[in-house]
Design a protein around this ligand. Structure first.
Ligand SMILES: C[S@@+](CC[C@H](N)C(=O)[O-])C[C@H]1O[C@@H](n2cnc3c(N)ncnc32)[C@H](O)[C@@H]1O
Length: 328
């Protein structure tokens, strides 16, 4: 076991989680430190720069996520417990196990550890207002109700994390249907919720959320209309859960049976990717969108630098991309 290493800048032993803040008071003179030394804790494993390079490359190939050297503490903090679970007490040993055995189990554990699954219901409320007031009603007009032409509107929440985005969409769909009970039915809509993380997809599939998660974005009225108590947690009612199909899916290796969509949300995912991966996802979404259909990114994201044919539409603060109606 290594002794506890102090912060390279101020010599204090940091007590906060590695990613919460950097310890670098103004009276300390920062100096270059070996990767990981800034966040050292008891039992810490050192991360040499060649080990960082190899792990960062592996993470990029598994997920598309780019981890730059200034975020090496993320690898260190998140992969150290994984390495220990696989019986390794150093990153060198961990890498050797990965090289020798590789395989889905170790790769899945790495994916679970390095993905950031931050999300909440109705995240960026202005976007959901625009979707509820403009986009979904426009899509609903595409349904002819006879089952001969289009009889279903397909929505994709790509990189849905634990599913809050998909359930927010489902609640909006339900509100639209409730407002037009003569003409619309819930089963005329379907939502695909996908993520690369198996754990996140399991949570999405269960539709079960803690009170704290519910408080992040769900109003009292929506809570009463759409959720039921399940012990100390809350669960979305059956009809809303049935609206959503959950699927583990890597956006950089999309399956061939995705089909065509009327609306795709891929929010706060591309922000972690490099330009070639962003372009790949953008092209995948474009290919799977029907002409005249919609694409939404996170509020800090744009299609800048990507080749695409999308038009931009604005509803208040919400920026929505649209595939031209005449395109293929
Ligand atoms: C920050 S969350 C965004 C959740 C939700 N879209 C939102 O905006 O609230 C990013 C999600 O992207 C997923 N992700 C990362 N790389 C991915 C990939 N290559 N394919 C599919 N999902 C990926 C992560 O697992 C994570 O759940």
């Amino acid at each position: 076991m290594r002794p506890q290493a102090p912060c390279g800048a101020c010599r204090a032993v940091p007590s906060r989680p590695a990613w919460s803040t950097r310890c670098n008071p103004s009276n300390a003179s920062p100096k270059p430190s070996p990767i990981g030394q800034l966040v050292a804790r008891p039992n810490d494993m050192d991360l040499a720069s060649r080990e960082f390079d190899e792990l960062a490359k592996l993470i990029h190939s598994l997920t598309g996520l780019v981890i730059s050297v200034d975020k090496s503490y993320l690898i260190k903090h998140r992969l150290e417990p994984v390495a220990k679970r696989f019986g390794c007490d150093s990153f060198e040993a961990f890498l050797s196990v990965i090289r020798k055995s590789g395989g889905t189990r170790i790769h899945d554990a790495i994916i679970e550890a390095v993905t950031t699954k931050e999300t909440s219901f109705f995240r960026d409320s202005w976007l959901f207002e625009a979707l509820g007031q403009h986009v979904l009603p426009e899509l609903a007009k595409r349904l002819d109700g006879t089952g001969t032409r289009r009889n279903r509107i397909r929505i994709w929440s790509a990189g849905c994390a634990t599913g809050q985005e998909a359930y927010s969409l489902a609640m909006l769909v339900r509100e639209l249907v409730d407002n037009q009970p003569q003409t619309r039915r819930l089963n005329e809509f379907s939502i695909l919720a996908s993520d690369i993380s198996s754990d996140a997809i399991e949570t999405a599939r269960s539709g079960l959320y803690s009170a704290t998660e519910i408080q992040r974005g769900i109003s009292e009225g929506r809570l009463r209309r759409n959720l039921e108590r399940a012990g100390t947690r809350w669960q979305f009612a059956g009809p809303l859960r049935e609206l959503i199909q959950c699927r583990k899916l890597d956006l950089l290796r999309p399956p061939h049976d995705l089909g065509a969509f009327d609306l795709v949300l891929c929010r706060n995912v591309l922000i972690y990717f490099d330009q070639p991966s962003r372009q790949r996802v953008c092209s995948t979404v474009e290919k799977h969108l029907l002409p005249g259909s919609f694409f939404v990114l996170g509020s800090a994201e744009s299609l800048y630098g990507c080749e695409h044919s999308f038009e931009t539409i604005k509803h208040g603060r919400a920026v929505i991309y649209r595939k031209p109606a005449a395109s293929r």
